[in-house]
Design a protein around this ligand. Sequence first.
Ligand code: ATP
Ligand code: MG
Length: 223
Amino acid sequence: MIELKNICKEYHSGGAVKALKDVNLKIRPGEFVAVMGASGSGKTTLLNIIGCMDRPTSGEYFLGGCKVDTASAGRTARIRGKKIAFVFQHFALIEDYTVLENVMIPLLKQKIPQKDRVKRALKALEQVGIADLARKKAADISGGQKQRAAIARATACSAEIILADEPTGALDSESGRQVMDLFCRLNKQGKTIMLITHDANIAAFAHRVITISDGRIIKYEKN
Ligand SMILES: Nc1ncnc2c1ncn2[C@@H]1O[C@H](COP(=O)(O)OP(=O)(O)OP(=O)(O)O)[C@@H](O)[C@H]1O
Ligand SMILES: [Mg+2]
């Protein structure tokens, strides 16, 4: 269970920005939630806090009953490594590594033999339709292919929560639909999914759509 209570986030680089204001949210295990809202409304900030990449300025955050807003940096890093997989807005692939090496990075932290790591990474690449690009450098593939590689990297590890920041942003509508089919499959396998999108057709795949405006959640809708 993800539970946010009165979460606020302020940034202080060149004047204060209140990116999140009094956000309350509960997400049950196995839920599939889409987040919508204008550019700059606070979507990525919310995802980063849920993913333990960033801390709230105030408010409480419980993840699986554990209070993470005040946990030590080491503890939050362990929680993140074990439970959470990210698909970043700008892919965050290591350009000099091959696609396969990129997908294997989160698996290195888990105690899996090298051979099985390769197998799992290849399977994840197959699921997103780019197994044939496994040995190519990330620098040498297209934007849409990078998007798929980033999704494969998130799905290859056994994290129970997948946080995806516009995972279909760089894809044409048919590829986007295929990626959403994959997220739906992962969700049926029990993964909790939270996905940011600007596209109502993509949000329609989720169980619930949350709308953020100027740092506040203004709508919680069931699909
Ligand atoms: N590291 C930061 N330092 C200062 N301000 C920040 C930082 N990150 C985000 N902000 C500000 O916080 C607000 C929310 O940003 P955020 O990235 O969460 O928006 P978003 O909804 O994800 O937008 P987009 O759709 O463009 O990705 C914006 O006003 C942004 O300029
Ligand atoms: Mg964003």
